[in-house]
Design a protein around this ligand. Sequence first.
Ligand code: SF4
Ligand code: SF4
Length: 264
Amino acid sequence: MTPDSWSVPPELEGKRQMKADDRFTFGCHPKVACFTRCCADINIILTPVDVLKLSRRLGITTSEFIHRHTVVPLTKDLQLPVVMLRMGDDPQRRCSFVGAEGCTVYEDRPWACRMYPVGMAMPPARAGVEPEPLYFLFEDDFCHGREEQGSWSVAEWRRDQGIEAMEDLESGFRELMTHPWFIGGRQLDPKRMEMLFTACYDLDKFRCFVFDSTFLDRFELEPELVEQLRTDDEALLRFGFRWLRFALFGEPTLTVRPSHRRTA
Ligand code: SF4
Ligand code: SF4
């Protein structure tokens, strides 16, 4: 796929496109007739921050979370890893986090759940052009939120839903996904896809890789950073993005120790 042939993801096709300051009417609260109807039979793509926050909330490792709560479609045509929230096995396919009172992981709910009814797509990188997000409005028949009071711009909605607070980490991930390296339709080989998946989504496995392999012998890292990476998940995720820029795209974001430099 070349950037020129890019089209919005299928789930956003035909939706009203919005700019950050465009307004829409919406309200969602436990008294709406459709309360939690949006929490079933739905494709929710998880970001690395979602996987991290939900696994910590549930008190399990990222590996366990991925195993129990996600679907990772693996097809040979996939250009980047995709991690989706697994819906329940009941006939309605309800999200396993929905309860009688609503979302039981509300404070750590996924990015896509926060954004709804706004959708977002990032066009792929193009030479000399910084990719800008495109916003869309879902106007699903099952959702009565647009009959409620509340007028929002996209930017206000993002702020209200706590999206802005995690923007720094989320944007680090998006910058990888839309990196200029992909211009012209270049694809990662399976080994590099696995590296990308592990460093972004399976943070506990990535921590083992950093501390239980020869990683720290190979790279020069400040001792304070090494200590931080042992316990600070967000610092580790940021570091994972930095390492991926080095390992996947050849950016000089890390320094190899002289003893491990390859000589011609
Ligand atoms: S108003 Fe829309 S978002 Fe809110 S509970 Fe109903 S279907 Fe879900
Ligand atoms: S995580 Fe929460 S808000 Fe999102 S679908 Fe599940 S129950 Fe609904």
